[in-house]
Design a protein around this ligand. Structure first.
Ligand code: FCB
Length: 446
């Protein structure tokens, strides 16, 4: 990364994780069951029958992990608070012992000079709420607001900014439409109420956070959508896909309305789930920041099967991660410019809340270094183009439980031996540490 592409002074450097992917200790200190505990027990649901039961044992080893973060010289750490630790049954009494864990973690981070950035929902819904319908039920949004209030009452004195949801698109599609993530429902378009109820939950949680003087962000998985050709059918299919993946989760937040889902045969009430006042609540007084999780662009062609108005086409001629995801750093620049063109003054400051890759090498992860350098260049170009970018949280600190892929996809700056729980920094760890130091020094002299 060249100084020409330097990021602005005050830019925050971080790493990102999520509770179920690293904590383990699923039965400790009164934690309730989550949809992921249940999903992992389903034969064939997760590769090799693996689960987050132990994961990185971060619940016990968080002190060592904070030291690893201190070694990186981070400004910020994005993690998630497990709802089933705080309200084991999703409703009812708050489990103080569950909050004690985050209390210790937050104090440890602050002592290391790192600002914690919590996410309230990173896919681990209490199983008791799933049994009442999960995010298909409107009531879950209200329970989420209550959970946000309980967490903020305990930790809000030390945490200035909060992320409500992580990737409601991925949770809706993988969890409710296709059934390849928890809770494992394959409802196709009947999953759409799970989009609205998550966003309503965001609105209710945001109101609780704002009432306590806290900043509110949301982390969305966004992708620049490219039509496979200029043929009108491909262009129309790309627009339909863009509406589902990007606009469905950003338009209501920033514009106070849902995009046109006519291509799906769905009206503006999202299968009957939208009620009067909901959109005002979702948009609220505006976000303090938009978290962007960027991994790759998406190429879309005209549908080949009836049922959906698009078909995914491969992105060709680029390297691929171990997961098979195409590596297109320029897509991040393209995405941020599209957001600015689309939302103008309604676009809040951007923080990249996830970006990273899985690799199959162990410690000498030159592929990851190239990946991160390329994306940071793209981000710096977006900043030079006038986009207000405030931070970058790479995914992830540690190799961890990668959902349906089990432990087969390693995204960490730090290698984890899952037999011994030994942590070993990879080459990318030293690279990221040096980059942060150099960027900070350069910013100080500008
Ligand atoms: C994102 C998820 C995160 C992680 C990365 C690789 O979609 O938010 O938990 O699994 O992908």
């Amino acid at each position: 990364m060249t100084d020409r592409h330097a990021l602005p002074a005050g830019f925050r450097w971080g790493v990102s994780t999520a509770a179920y992917q690293i904590e383990g200790a699923v039965e400790e200190d009164g934690r309730g069951r989550s949809v992921w505990d249940a999903f992992c027990e389903r034969p064939g649901a997760v590769k090799n029958g693996e689960s987050g039961r132990l994961a990185c044992d971060h619940f016990h080893r968080w002190g060592e992990d904070v030291e690893l973060m201190r070694g990186l010289g981070l400004d910020g750490y994005r993690f998630s608070i497990a709802w089933p630790r705080v309200r084991p049954a999703g409703r009812g009494p708050v489990n103080g012992a569950g909050l004690d864990f985050y209390d210790r973690l937050v104090d440890g981070l602050l002592a290391a000079g790192i600002t914690p950035l919590p996410t309230l929902f990173h896919w681990d819904l209490p199983q008791a709420l799933e049994e009442e319908g999960g995010w298909l039920q409107r009531d879950t949004a209200h329970r989420f607001g209550e959970f946000a209030a309980a967490a903020a009452d305990r930790l809000g004195d030390r945490l200035p900014a909060w992320i409500t949801l992580n990737e409601p698109f991925v949770h809706m599609v993988y969890g409710y439409a296709l059934g390849i993530h928890a809770p494992g429902r394959a409802l196709m378009l009947d999953a759409l109420p799970a989009a609205h109820h998550q966003l309503l939950g965001h609105g209710l949680a945001a109101a609780e956070l704002r009432a306590r003087g806290l900043d509110v962000l949301i982390a969305n998985n966004l992708t620049p959508v490219r039509a496979a050709s200029e043929a009108p059918e491909d262009v129309a299919a790309a627009e339909a896909y863009d509406a589902l993946h990007n606009r469905l989760f950003t338009d209501p937040l920033l514009l106070g309305r849902y995009p046109d889902l006519g291509a799906y045969g769905v009206g503006p009430d999202l299968c009957g789930s939208v009620r009067e006042g909901d959109l005002e609540l979702i948009a609220g007084p505006g976000l303090d920041g938009l978290g962007v999780n960027y991994y790759n662009p998406t190429r879309i062609a005209a549908p080949t099967d009836p049922g959906l108005p698009f078909a995914e086409a491969p992105v060709e001629g680029v390297p691929r991660t171990h997961f098979g995801w195409p590596v297109v750093p320029a897509g991040l620049h393209e995405l941020l410019l599209t957001l600015r063109d689309r939302y103008g003054h309604a676009l809040p400051p951007i923080t990249v809340t996830e970006n990273g890759c899985s690799t199959d090498d162990t410690l000498d992860d030159a592929f990851r270094i190239d990946y991160l350098a390329g994306h940071l260049d793209a981000l710096a170009r977006a900043a030079a183009d006038g986009i207000d970018v405030r931070g970058y949280y790479t995914w992830s600190l540690l190799d961890n439980f990668e959902w349906a892929e089990g432990y087969s996809q390693r995204f960490g700056l730090v290698h984890v031996d899952f037999e011994t729980q030994r942590r070993t920094p990879k080459a990318s760890y030293a690279w990221y540490r040096d980059l942060i130091a150099a960027q900070r020094a350069a910013a100080a002299t500008r």
